[in-house]
Design a protein around this ligand. Structure first.
Ligand SMILES: [Zn+2]
Length: 332
């Protein structure tokens, strides 16, 4: 993606570089220190199979290109969002099954290549913080961000900062259980939201139904049931396939149950939902809101907006830049 033209005002602004390390894509951009839309945004596929050093080298080269656009002296530092769990105090990625990383000193690896200070937070916190700072939940006192993608992530923003919990593990929305004897989750537990509503779980549920004989265009469209993807399920639902609509409706209701629990627990002002699966739009949001309306205390449900992300591609890097600002400045 080409960078927008730098204006004179841009040239005078101090910038923070934001990095979003995703399982599928790397995204880098520059965010004004004072807040504002990111510029010099670029993305590249995450070549996880090449190992962590190659991925970090790619991030460093994207960072150098972005920083060169505004001049190094105008960039305060780098915020990085990465899948966790992390040890933020040491700047280390402890383990990321998606990337196959274990004990990677990510902060040192980026800082030594770029020569600027680096702050690290987990990708879901960065998504939530980005949507709170510049997106759909701007200025909310209590915000929860939920990402529906290959996995399901969550971030909680209270009083203008991520709430991280006792060991940086708060906000694991994907592993809230909706059924104590339900589907087995990759985490080892049962009935986790992620076991129903992640992209791969949606595809698996649809394929299971078709293998049992469900009547759906997906059976022929995909060629074989193993080729069914969440995207194909959402497309078929949008085209009126009744079985695909049922799968999307069930998915929305499972997420709605978890969101009702979050509303009962935290009484938030806004819940922002992003990630690829959120691209299903009203097919997902309408039954989800309906489920919340049926379950949550009325006063709490009325106080909470449930909205799609406004920065679907850049919330992660914007939030990572915000986390850097929070680290050096104490607020955003
Ligand atoms: Zn789980």
């Amino acid at each position: 993606m080409a960078a927008p033209q730098m204006t004179e005002r841009h040239a005078r602004t101090r910038w923070i570089a934001g990095v979003d390390i995703g399982g599928t894509n790397l995204r880098v951009g520059l965010v004004p220190f004072a807040g504002g839309p990111p510029v010099a945004v670029s993305s590249a596929p995450t070549r996880a199979a090449h190992g962590p050093a190659a991925v970090v080298e790619e991030v460093a080269s994207m960072l150098r290109a972005a920083i060169a656009e505004v001049g190094r002296a105008n960039v305060a530092g780098v915020g990085v969002g990465a899948p966790g769990p992390l040890d933020r105090s040491r700047g280390v990625v402890i383990e990321t099954p998606n990337l196959g990383w274990r004990d990677i000193p990510l902060v040192d690896m980026i800082a030594s290549r770029i020569g600027l200070p680096v702050a690290l937070d987990n990708d879901a916190n960065c998504f939530a913080f980005g949507e709170w700072w510049l997106g759909a939940g701007r200025g909310a006192e209590r915000l929860i961000g939920v990402t529906l993608g290959t996995g399901i992530g969550g971030g909680i923003i209270l009083g203008g900062a991520p709430y991280r919990g006792a060991s940086d593990a708060a906000g694991e929305v994907g592993h809230m259980s909706v059924d104590y004897s339900g589907r087995r989750c990759a985490c080892g537990s049962r009935g986790c939201v992620e076991a129903y509503a992640s992209g791969s779980a949606i595809a698996a549920r649809a394929a299971e139904g078709i293998a049992r004989g469900a009547d759906s265009t997906l059976a022929t469209a995909a060629g074989d049931p193993a080729g069914i993807t969440a995207e194909a399920v959402c497309r078929a639902a949008a085209a009126g396939d009744r079985y695909a609509m049922l799968i999307v409706d069930e998915t929305a209701r499972v997420i709605g149950v978890a969101i009702s629990d979050l509303i009962h627990l935290l009484n938030p002002d806004v819940i922002v939902i992003g990630g690829g699966v959120a691209g299903a739009g009203e097919l997902l949001f309408a039954p989800l809101r309906d489920e919340v309306e049926q379950r949550a205390f009325r006063s709490a449900a009325r106080a909470c907006r449930i909205v799609p992300a406004e920065l679907p591609a850049t919330a992660g890097l914007v939030g990572a830049a915000g986390v850097f600002r929070l680290t050096v400045h104490g607020n955003v």
